[in-house]
Design a protein around this ligand. Structure first.
Ligand code: DGL
Length: 262
């Protein structure tokens, strides 16, 4: 393993770009390979076995690209498959889970909400963290019904989206929450819309910065931080449609990016 090898990152679709963006900003020397499993998106309603199977296929692909570590930039895939991946592949994985801990520790109203997919709520990881850090907190969970589809279909700016979000968060607002944890990497694309339908005192928590920090820690431990002065390369692959991935990349980077359809 050499420090100039790329970091692999995957999601069921375009959601992991919210982590990719953070990674590019914080680790500008690192080359990155992004894989969007658009053909199989959403993972949320799928069984654990299916998600393990799909994630393994993606990991097999990323290993052919000589990735030095892999970020599972999908809460749902982390919940269902990270244990399996860690025990079956000789490479380090960095997972993502809803940021219950910081939200619970900083809550003044002692009431917080988590928005995630059903797959994430069913996972052991989420249960363990919430039992550990949110014992004295009212934890309001909500499945982000249709939100992944809205992002994957480019409907974020639709009038209907704001109405839908408003309905979704209404029961959470009634619970006097002061933190809304985004437990799915697709959801930060909806942050601006969420701000419009949430009271000003509700903080929206995106776990991407924490995942990127953890990635740096792992690379440091493995002596794999790229300290060489080479220009990084960014590659994008999708198992399905590439349109939204390209559109969002254009928004994020202000450039046209090639996405390879597999
Ligand atoms: N971005 C995924 C997550 O963080 C996607 C969910 C899905 O595919 O349902 O959970």
């Amino acid at each position: 393993m050499h420090n100039t090898q790329p970091i692999g990152i995957f999601d069921s679709g375009v959601g992991g770009l919210t982590v990719w963006k953070e990674l590019v900003n914080s680790s500008p020397n690192e080359s990155i390979i992004y894989y969007a499993d658009n053909n199989n998106c959403p993972y949320g309603p799928k069984s654990k076995e299916e998600i393990i199977e799909l994630s393994s296929r993606v990991v097999d692909f990323l290993l052919t690209k000589k990735c030095k570590v892999i970020i599972v930039a999908c809460n749902t895939a982390t919940a269902a498959a990270i244990e399996y991946l860690r025990s079956n592949y000789p490479i380090q994985f960095i997972g993502i889970e809803p940021a219950v801990k910081p939200a619970a520790l900083n809550s003044k109203t002692k009431s917080i909400a988590i928005l995630a997919t059903e797959g994430t709520f069913n996972g052991k990881l989420y249960l363990g963290t919430s039992q550990k850090y949110a014992k004295d907190i009212e934890l309001n969970v909500k499945v982000g019904d249709r939100l992944v589809d809205i992002v994957e279909n480019g409907l974020v700016d639709d009038v209907e989206t704001e109405n839908h979000l408003s309905q979704l968060v209404k029961p959470l607002i009634e619970k006097n929450i002061d933190h809304l944890v985004l437990g799915c990497t697709h959801y930060p694309f909806l942050t601006e819309k969420l701000k419009k339908v949430l009271p000003d005192n509700v903080e929206i928590v995106d776990p991407a910065p924490a995942v990127v920090k953890q990635t740096s820690r792992v690379l440091e431990q493995l002596s794999l931080i790229n300290t060489e002065n080479t220009s990084p390369t960014y590659e994008f692959y999708s198992s399905g449609g590439t349109k939204i991935l390209k559109q969002l990349l254009k928004k994020i980077t202000n450039k046209n990016t090639t996405v390879i359809k597999l």
